[in-house]
Design a protein around this ligand. Structure first.
Ligand code: ADP
Length: 243
């Protein structure tokens, strides 16, 4: 670890007078695999939306690698090295797996590379195929992929853009048991070379793959710690059990 990559202070986001985020402080170190949990409506997606420039905060700062992200446009934030996935994977159905990756990779290529004829698959695309386990499906259209494979393709489409920070919104939602296990391994592997923040609340999954967890509740950070620490916290139990 070499210090904080993401530093959020006093973040507030308001929709029609309702504070979805109400003074969030969050620090994520470079190289961390951080899990973000909290009941429905806690503000998890809003937090990702604010970091990625989709929602403008009413107050607070978001520093990423020393740069303030507040007020920047979404594409600028992507270019600075922040990538995100959505709860429903966004892939191009009629393009093959490798074409989807290649298209995503083209967003970071200089124009002269786009104008030149492609000479085979580029290194980042090959790496993304390998790490997501999609090499054998490279020439298949995205529409034939399973739900899990589609999520992995979307993660691959982020990886080819060489982000420093990946924000993944419920990547294992709706996945089979096998797909969850495969995704856990994939996240662990990705975290070796990137900083990753994952929204997820499946406790079994967290116990296996999470080292540090931040709990959001009603737009604030309730607590932060290891999976065991947050699980043992009576405030977290009260929030999850409604007690
Ligand atoms: P989570 O991801 O933790 O389930 P969200 O960030 O989606 O929570 O939502 C937090 C709160 O903000 C919810 O009460 C939700 O209804 C509200 N909210 C989120 N986005 C909007 C929006 N675009 N307009 C109005 N209210 C919103």
């Amino acid at each position: 670890m070499t210090g904080a990559l993401l530093e959020i202070r006093g973040l507030r986001a308001v929709f029609d007078g309702f504070a979805a985020l109400d003074g969030v402080d969050l620090t994520v170190e470079e190289g961390e695999l951080r899990f973000l949990i909290g009941p429905n409506g806690a503000g998890k997606t809003t937090l990702i939306d604010v970091i990625t420039g989709l929602t403008r905060p009413a107050a607070g700062t978001v520093r990423f690698a020393g740069t303030d992200l507040v007020g920047r446009r979404e594409h600028e934030i992507v270019r600075l090295g922040v990538g995100r996935t959505f709860q429903t994977a966004v892939v191009f159905e009629e393009l093959t797996v490798v074409e989807n990756l290649d298209l995503a990779a083209s967003f970071r290529r200089p124009l002269w590379r786009l104008l030149r004829r492609r000479r085979g698959v580029d290194d980042a695309v090959r790496e993304a195929l390998a790490v997501t386990g999609l090499t054998e499906l490279a020439e298949r259209p995205a529409r034939v992929l399973s739900h899990g494979q589609r999520q992995w393709l979307e993660i691959g489409m982020l990886l080819v853009q060489r982000p420093r920070l990946l924000l993944l919104d419920e990547p294992v939602a709706g996945m089979s048991r096998d797909e969850r296990a495969r995704t856990g391994e994939l996240l662990t592997e990705i975290a070796r070379g990137h900083t990753v923040v994952v929204v997820e609340h499946d406790m079994e999954f967290l116990r296996r793959y999470a080292s540090r967890v931040t709990v959001l509740h009603e737009g604030r950070v309730l607590t932060e710690g290891s999976v065991d620490e947050v699980r043992a916290d009576p405030r977290v139990q009260a929030v999850y059990l409604g007690g």
